[in-house]
Design a protein around this ligand. Structure first.
Ligand code: PLP
Length: 456
């Protein structure tokens, strides 16, 4: 069955492209395991977990629905606005224990941008309560994505998403991210350089004016930018020394994506706050959360103090019931163990893609990998016109033709990313990499060779 766009406005899309006679719109109607099926009955392996959300894939709907139905029959809704539901209390307790945030208190939201903005406000209230109202600035990193609502957008480091919308709501300095492929330094030198740059920016701005440093443990935009060893310890040390709150944005890296509940655990660091969303319910309901350390939350518990933030559906009991069952399923299905057991296999298979001339680098961790695309098998970048042809013209169709959903992206350099459901077995991961390799091989022939023919 053909389904058209109709009145639906697509997010981050060229809406006009899908009008009659334009590009085909991918309309998915069914899922099974790590596979999704479009309305024409074509099957794809979901190499992106529906934008990093579907940790359990698509065969646990009835078990999660059971938890949702039981909650709906008991009490469909109550807010967390000075009231609570048992399930929200239980979920806060359960999730809090899973994070490396010390004595975590949990503020629920409906998604990632809301979590980021809530973390900012909680940070401001913390500094105000400590007699430091002048801490009004943030530090984030180049090409980072922390969401698009106006507060979160200020922290986001992708200029082309920001420039249309006026001055940033939060004064933010962006520092270099941890892209090692585009650096000539060894890991240790890169770590030192990045931390020295950060320290210089802190000094330049005035340490006493900075409220928050926000960073993803492995940065998504730019293509799975893994930090050098010791980098996160460096962030922790610098922020603690200057009274700046360290926020780990784990909207993607949390909930098992890197083989631990939260990636900060893998990097051995306890941040002051973690922002989370996406995988909290394995995408069976919208939900986000901010995990706040006991120390940072303390002023909110003082007599007469009020948390000046709230969203109606934050902590929705039906979403909370699904999230609790999601945690149980992670345990009974050994989801984290699966990621840890198969990470090496996925890495080996992804590194085979380096044999393709179009792949310059492969990087990532857990079930979260990127291939950076280059013109010459080395490090030469595609220009804007080539990126348009490759990433928006050729690859989206070639990936679907190869039977995979993956993401071609150039918020930074040109990359294709995969983040398969965390329940994939080795054969399914092979299918992800083989399909990706087929699409990239075809892209190499179509774009690079066509380009060199037209030059000769
Ligand atoms: N933070 C990170 C790291 C993200 O990747 C995203 C979304 O992709 C967000 C925040 C914003 O989340 P949402 O789209 O749920 O608002």
């Amino acid at each position: 069955m053909e389904v058209e766009q109709g009145s639906l406005l697509l997010h981050f899309a060229r809406n006009g492209d899908y009008r009659a006679g334009g590009s085909d719109l991918l309309v998915l109607e069914r899922g099974e395991g790590p596979y999704v099926f479009d309305t024409r009955g074509r099957r794809y392996i979901d190499g992106l977990s529906s934008l990093f959300c579907a940790q359990l894939g698509y065969s646990y709907g009835s078990q999660l629905a059971e938890a949702a139905t039981a909650q709906m029959e008991r009490l469909a809704f109550n807010t967390n606005w000075a009231t609570a539901t048992p399930v929200a209390v239980q979920l806060a307790e359960r999730l809090g224990e899973l994070t490396p945030v010390e004595g975590a208190k949990v503020f629920f939201t409906c998604g990632g941008s809301e979590s980021v903005e809530a973390a900012w406000k909680i940070a401001r209230q913390y500094h105000l309560a400590n007699g430091e109202p002048q801490r009004t600035k943030a530090i984030a990193r180049d090409i980072s994505y922390h969401g698009v609502t106006l507060g979160a957008l200020a922290l986001t480091g992708v200029e082309r998403f920001k420039s249309s919308f006026g001055p940033p709501a939060i004064p933010t300095r962006h520092v270099s991210n941890t892209n090692s492929f585009r650096s000539d330094l060894c890991e240790e030198e890169l770590r030192k350089k990045l931390l020295l740059e950060l320290e210089a920016v802190i000094e330049e701005e005035g340490p006493e004016t900075i409220a928050v440093l926000i960073a993803e443990p492995v940065q998504n935009a730019g293509g799975c930018l893994v930090p050098p060893t010791g980098y996160w310890q460096g962030l922790r040390e610098l922020t603690s020394r200057h009274g700046i709150l360290l926020v780990a944005d784990e909207v993607i890296t949390g909930m098992g994506r890197l083989g631990t509940w939260f990636a900060c655990e893998r990097f051995g660091v306890a941040p002051d706050m973690i922002t989370s969303a996406k995988g909290l319910t394995s995408a069976h309901a919208p939900m986000g959360a901010v995990f706040v350390s006991e120390r940072v939350a303390a002023p909110l518990y003082e007599r007469g103090a009020s948390l000046l933030h709230g969203v109606t559906f934050g902590g929705h009991p039906v979403a909370a019931a699904i999230a609790l069952r999601n945690v149980e399923l992670f345990e009974s299905e050994r989801v984290l163990e699966n990621v840890r057991e198969l990470e090496g296999h996925l890495e080996r298979r992804m590194r085979e893609l380096l044999e393709l001339p179009i792949v310059g680098d492969v990087r990532g961790a857990g079930f979260f990998w990127a291939a950076e695309l280059v013109k010459d098998g080395e490090r030469e970048r595609f220009d804007a016109e080539e990126r348009e042809r490759l990433l928006r013209g050729f690859l989206p169709g070639a990936l679907l033709d190869a039977g995979i959903i993956a993401r071609a992206d150039d918020r930074g350099d040109s990359v294709v990313q995969i983040a398969p459901p965390l329940i994939c077995d080795a054969a399914q991961l092979d299918e992800v990499v083989d399909s990706l390799g087929a699409a990239l091989g075809a892209a190499g022939e179509a774009v690079i060779e066509a380009g060199s023919r037209s030059r000769s």
